[in-house]
Design a protein around this ligand. Structure first.
Ligand code: F6R
Length: 613
């Protein structure tokens, strides 16, 4: 979604801001802008479209120099919510009197009431955004103290925000604050950065402070003071970001998505490194901080997440029931709190989120904790809000995922769920030998993925053949049912082709009416329990003239007589098959989208981290 970056210090301010914005592009946006404090005046440039448009405009504007000293600036990429993507609606927004400039992520729910109040005090507005209300409110409440004006304004807001504000009367200061939308402060030497995401800062510093909800920070080039909303000083730890800035470069790949697909042997290796113990046939997941007694007393598990992370949870449901004997359900995070979930004293809630910032998943974590359930998180982004609020959990260590479509986070989520189920299983029912069999399989995942990736050119050829289709069905059963959902999700989000993931047996209860020779069916017919039944379902599709592309196990000759094309995956057990199958389907979707010339890393209408409900 929207991205924030701010810089204060001795380097070139606009370079730092543009650099930060470019690193936030992956989050999805439709306009960009920046405000610089030059000679105690705020100068603002905004452009719709790519950050390159903003970059060009800023370069042109200051080609003859800035005509004064500039040490402070803020910038933003906007993903339209309130109001169309126009220059007027792009951030930063200035108050009517031009005293303050502000960038904002999130949504202000009571902006209409606040706007009416400000209008009654003579304020006028230029944009259709809720953000312009905040900056005018700050101006209205200002009485010589920048920090106090911001704090007073924030007390009146309902909704979510991450903000950065500068003031022409207070050069050398940026005030940042958050409630429900992340803000991180990057600590440099004689320079400070602020951002909505560490990727905006990591080229300048690895030392960061993550703000908590209702924290307000006064940032100067050599000092950061943090207060709560009641203006009482608070202390927040400094964390070290373990990402290498090189990890967020394309490194010669045409798209981040392809790079991230190909990184999966390494990302899964990093995820499982040091977490398997063959002596005891179990997984060591220190961050879970859970005792054997707590595990054996767990009556049920609810996994909650959104999108691809939700689908990873569906695979986890099979793992926990198969290996650990614990009844498990997967709840869409957006529904979780509204359906008033039944949580017992020994229920465990597992929240899964790549970004650790997804608004609905965060709300589900809070609801579960409020109902007294134990909550653990599986997040990729270290220090993210969900990870911090859950208090315990397992980091995925997938490395930064830049492409909007999630790939390597999914496979690491599934690998971590399998390790968790192994750990719980060893406590509840599995022998050491049974545990070691699973542990061996987990250890083999990176090598199996490498083997699969060697066949990518064959998958590309099949993708080329079907790239013109306008509708697809993906079908699977058991462990392959979630894989079918994920394959369809990947295809629709990056290629814009209509694709539905369905349980193979459910097809005949309705959607089979849609099948004909123009609708290919991707059937997940891996050589694991359930394959015979999938072959029956394939025949139902063929009888309706649908061309069928099977995902099948290497060496399975029988499948040839039933299908048009075959995507091969290495032979594994049912536990690992969803990981390999989804990677094959990621590649299939990628190549189709590429043939259709799509903007694969930034698909239309999508944002990398969805911080609104
Ligand atoms: C799809 C995709 C989304 C995310 C979803 C949850 O490729 O990326 O469906 O999985 O928005 O995001 P996280 O995992 O960050 O909570």
């Amino acid at each position: 979604m929207c991205g924030i970056v701010g810089y204060i210090g001795e380097h070139n301010v606009e370079d730092a801001l543009i650099n930060g914005l470019k690193r936030l592009e992956y989050r999805g946006y439709d306009s960009a802008g920046m405000s610089l404090l030059i000679n105690d005046k705020i100068e603002t440039v905004k452009k719709i479209g790519k950050t390159q448009n903003l970059h060009d405009a800023v370069t042109k504007k200051y080609s003859g120099g800035k005509g004064g000293v500039c040490t402070t600036g803020i910038a933003h990429t906007r993903w339209a919510t309130h109001g169309m993507p126009t220059e007027e609606n792009a951030h930063p927004h200035l108050d009517m009197n031009g005293n303050f400039a502000l960038v904002h992520n999130g949504i202000i729910e009571n902006y209409k009431n606040l706007k009416d109040k400000l209008v009654s005090h003579g304020y006028t507005f230029k944009s259709g955004t809720d953000t312009e209300v905040i900056v005018n409110l700050i101006d209205y409440l200002y009485e010589k103290d920048f920090f106090k004006a911001v704090a007073a304004a924030l007390k009146e807001l309902h909704g979510t925000f991450g903000i950065a504000v500068i003031s022409k009367r207070h050069p050398g200061n940026i005030v940042v604050a958050r409630r429900g939308s992340p803000i991180v402060v990057g600590l440099g030497t004689n320079e400070m950065l602020v951002g909505s995401d560490v990727s905006a800062l990591v080229a300048y510093t690895r030392r960061v402070i993550y703000l908590n909800d209702d924290d307000i920070a006064m940032v100067k080039k050599d000092d950061v003071q943090i207060y709560n909303i009641d203006e009482v000083p608070v202390t927040r730890e400094t964390a070290l970001v373990d990402w290498d800035p090189g990890e967020i470069e394309k490194s010669g790949y045409k798209h981040f998505m392809l790079k991230e697909i190909e990184e999966q042997p390494d990302s899964v290796r990093n995820s499982i490194r040091g977490r398997i113990d063959f002596k005891t046939g179990t997984a060591i997941l220190q961050g879970l901080n859970i005792t054997p007694k707590e595990v054996s007393g767990t009556t049920d598990i609810t996994i909650t997440a959104c999108g691809t992370s939700y689908i990873a949870g569906l695979v986890g449901e099979y793992y926990f029931e198969d290996l650990a004997d614990i009844p498990t359900e997967v709840a869409q995070a957006a529904e979780f709190r509204y359906r008033n979930p039944i949580l017992k004293p020994n229920s465990l809630v597992v929240a899964i989120s790549q970004s650790g910032e997804t608004a609905d998943t965060l709300a589900a974590v809070r609801e579960a904790a409020g109902k007294g359930a134990s909550v653990v998180s599986l997040c990729n982004v270290v220090g993210s809000t969900i990870a911090r609020e859950a208090g315990r959990g397992v980091y995925l260590h997938a490395g930064p995922e830049i492409s909007v479509a999630s790939t390597k986070a999914f496979t690491c989520q599934v690998a971590v769920l399998l390790m968790m189920a192994l750990k719980f299983g060893r406590i509840n029912r599995l022998s050491i030998d049974a545990g070691n069999l699973i542990a061996d399989e987990i250890e083999s995942i990176p090598e199996m993925i490498s083997k699969l990736l060697k066949t990518k050119s064959e998958i590309e050829k099949i993708a080329e053949k079907y790239a013109a289709a306008e509708d697809f069905f993906y079908i699977g059963r058991g462990y392959m049912y979630p894989a079918a959902l994920e394959g369809a999700l990947k295809l629709k989000e990056i290629s814009y082709i209509h694709a539905e993931g369905y349980h193979a047996a459910e097809l005949k209860h309705g959607p089979i009416a849609l099948l004909d020779e123009k609708v290919p069916v991707v059937a997940l017919a891996n050589d694991i329990p359930g394959k015979d039944k999938v072959i029956g379902n394939i025949q139902e599709c063929r009888a309706r003239k649908s061309p069928v592309i099977a995902v099948a196990t290497e060496g399975d000759e029988e499948i040839k007589e039933y299908v048009e094309d075959i995507i091969r995956v290495p032979k594994t057990s049912k536990y690992i098959a969803p990981i390999l199958t989804v990677i094959a389907l990621q590649l299939f979707a990628y190549y189709i989208a590429d043939k259709r010339g799509r903007d694969i890393d930034k698909p239309r209408n999508l944002a990398k981290s969805v911080t609104v409900e």
